[in-house]
Design a protein around this ligand. Structure first.
Ligand code: NAD
Length: 387
């Protein structure tokens, strides 16, 4: 890394806020990448980093990815992210620490909207919501959108239909063999959705029990997790960790396409080209997995799960557009998806930063003063001490 501001300039970040609270031990970095399309939304990641530089790079990279994801999904929001630096990955998140983070988020006046990410729970969001209205993913009883995983899985299924269209000329996956890596929140729903659509599914998880439970419930086959990458199949669907598509992994693949829920699947951008050269069709991750933020965006106008699911289905059309342009331009779909996202920001985005008190796209020109309709507010004062 050059300098902090140098890195921000290179990636186009608007604002990075370092936050500490001595009393609670909070150490966090809030990154607002872009507010050109609206307030910057992104998750709060609780993680242990060996070096502070790693945490900074992570939050810069993740917040930029959120900007691209929101843009290509057609949402009226920008990209942001928070990392909370823990002494150990499984260290607790004491209430005073979460409240201090809530106050820091509140000071940004809505420029950054918090959500759940790795290590975070709905309970954490509920505590943060006692200090600020600028937080999503709170309890459904408070107008929150609940577990996003079924919506994310449905969006990935829609993306796989677009992949099938590009491969075989029809959005029909019955008879497809799909290898799902990770039987967690999204993976388990995806296995169910794929089976219901008539695909035969192979699943793997480092947690064998979880893989078997999911397989038995939906008639899938299980392989050990080290083998899933090399399963002969139509589509490999990464639904575990990022970085799974490395230079070393590409030659091992025996699939026709890759399309799954995991964030940051490419170990680096160059792998987009490697996949393309090998003839493996890549359905870009941030297009396929946008169901999570599509689900959250529904909170702003009064949450409806049915509407969120219907909007996640639109990912099929977005993915089709990406894959068709990639074919026309004879290059990897990852770079094409990034271009489409950046072109929308250039076309529709404001050249001014979003300021507290500005309207949002869904407020009919009125200042954004709350995230959810009045009847659904978590009431950061009313929630009392629940966590
Ligand atoms: P999760 O933690 O519930 O599930 C991940 C699963 O992967 C776990 O069961 C874990 O044991 C397994 N796993 C870890 N390493 C593995 C490996 N090497 N091989 C096989 N299995 C492995 O997470 P999730 O919420 O299901 O999310 C999965 C991925 O999708 C993550 O990358 C996440 O960032 C991304 N994502 C999730 C959502 C959402 O709505 N939850 C939205 C967008 C993106």
């Amino acid at each position: 890394m050059t300098t902090v501001t140098g890195e921000m300039m290179a990636r186009g970040h608007e604002q990075v806020v370092f936050v500490t609270d001595v009393a609670s031990g909070l150490r966090a970095i809030i990154a607002v990448h872009s507010t050109a399309l609206g307030p910057a939304l992104g998750g709060v990641r609780f993680w242990h980093y060996e070096r502070e530089e790693d945490a900074l790079l992570d939050v810069l990279r993740l917040s930029e990815a959120m900007t691209l994801k929101a843009s290509i999904a057609g949402l009226h929001q920008g990209g942001g992210k928070v990392v909370v630096l823990l002494d150990a990955v499984d260290a607790p998140h004491p209430e005073p620490m979460l409240l201090a983070l809530g106050r820091a988020i509140d000071e940004l006046g809505g420029r950054y909207l918090a959500a759940e990410d790795v290590g975070a729970t709905q309970g954490d969001m509920d505590v943060i919501a006692r200090e600020t209205p600028w937080v999503t993913g709170v309890a459904p009883t408070a107008g929150g959108s609940g577990d996003p995983s079924p919506v994310t899985a449905l969006g990935v299924l829609a993306a796989i239909r677009a992949v099938a269209q590009a491969l075989d000329g029809a959005p029909d996956i019955s008879g497809y063999r799909v290898a799902v890596q990770g039987a967690g929140h999204v993976g388990a729903h995806l296995v169910a959705d794929l089976a219901a659509a008539g695909a035969s599914v192979v699943v793997a998880d480092v947690n064998d029990v979880r893989a078997h439970e999911v397989a038995v419930a939906h008639g899938a086959e299980v392989v050990v997790s080290d083998d899933i990458l090399a399963v002969e199949c139509d589509v490999f669907a990464p639904c575990a960790l990022g970085g799974v598509l490395s230079e070393a992994a590409v030659p091992l693949l025996r699939c026709r396409a890759v399309c799954g829920a995991a964030n940051n699947q490419l170990a680096d951008d160059h792998v987009d080209d490697l996949l393309y050269e090998r003839g493996v069709l890549y359905g870009p991750d941030f297009v396929a997995n946008a169901g999570g933020i599509i689900n959250i965006a529904e909170e702003f106008t009064g949450y409806s799960r049915d509407r969120a699911l219907a909007r996640a289905e639109a990912i099929e059309g977005t993915m089709t557009r990406v894959l068709e342009r990639a074919r026309a331009e004879d290059r990897g779909p990852g770079g094409v998806a990034e271009d489409i996202a950046r072109e929308r920001i250039a076309r529709e985005g404001s050249s001014n930063r979003w300021h507290p008190g500005d309207p949002a796209a869904w407020t009919n020109g009125q200042p954004l003063t709350r995230l959810r309709p009045a009847h659904a507010q978590p009431g950061h004062l009313q929630l009392g001490s629940s966590s």
